[in-house]
Design a protein around this ligand. Structure first.
Ligand code: ATP
Length: 235
């Protein structure tokens, strides 16, 4: 579904990605783990067109999207949930969700997806008339994920969805990630510092260090890997 081939991405003179190659197959949950500053967010922003690569190629369903604008890439079915849950604080929960569905013309589908989201996160239904900014951190993360889902993406890019959440909420968010993938036929590319949770929900994973992919394997194998255990799982 998605393929990155030898992607180099820069911020001015600073090289953030160095020859990154990876694949995401339809229906998979793939995780990308790595330390602070390794280049995980940059990988997502290169895919979504926010920080386009300088070299290399990114293909989505066979189409070269390397140099397309972010709005074109979004319209093709790739939605990103950025780090830090950037919702619209002054819009209500309902209005935030409506923004996600802005490009859609299938009213029945939008209503069905709204019902689905309110089933996933009943708290959002309760709070649907409240401004997004009045929600707790965990609720804002639920809203950020839900807003992306309202676009009915085929590929969902999640940037550190568990960051700053209480352990119980982290659990909920990861359960929902699995559920969205199974029930909603949404392929998921997940960036996480919480390697333990990410490796449990994903089927395959990549490890990134200073802009390069250093390991790629099934999550089962990565969970057994001594280096991964020492560096990212703290065991
Ligand atoms: P984190 O978990 O902290 O978000 P990350 O793995 O997602 O880390 P990136 O945010 O992709 O890492 O950063 C990769 C590198 O690019 C780092 O060295 C970072 O300092 C640099 N970088 C990121 N954003 C910018 C920017 N806007 N301008 C200059 N350098 C940047």
């Amino acid at each position: 579904m998605l393929e990155l081939r030898n992607v180099d991405t820069y911020y001015g003179n600073i090289q953030a990605l160095d020859g990154v190659s990876l694949t995401v197959g339809e229906g998979e949950i793939i995780c990308l783990i790595g330390a602070n500053g390794a280049g995980k967010s940059t990988t997502l922003m290169s895919i979504s067109g926010i920080v386009p690569p300088r070299n290399g190629e990114i293909r989505f369903e066979g189409v070269d999207i390397t140099h397309l604008d972010p709005d074109r890439i979004f319209a093709m079915g790739i939605a990103q949930v950025p780090e830090g849950r950037r919702i619209f604080p002054y819009l209500t929960v309902q209005e935030n969700l409506d923004m996600g569905a802005l490009l859609r013309k299938d009213g029945d589908g939008v209503r069905a997806d709204l019902d689905y989201i309110f089933d996933l996160f009943p708290i959002l239904k309760e709070r649907r008339r409240q401004p997004g900014g009045t929600l707790s951190g965990g609720e804002q993360q639920m809203l950020a994920i839900s807003r992306a889902l309202m676009a009915r993406p085929r590929l969902l890019l999640l940037d550190e969805p568990s960051l700053g959440l209480a352990p119980l909420l982290v659990q909920t968010i990861f359960e929902v990630i699995g559920q969205i993938n199974r029930e909603n036929e949404t392929t998921i590319f997940l960036v996480e510092q919480n390697a333990n949770m990410a490796l449990k929900v994903a089927g395959r994973g990549y490890v990134m260090e200073t802009g390069r992919i250093t390991l790629a394997d099934t999550t089962e194998k990565l969970l057994e890997n001594e280096n991964v255990r020492r560096a990212y799982l703290g065991v």
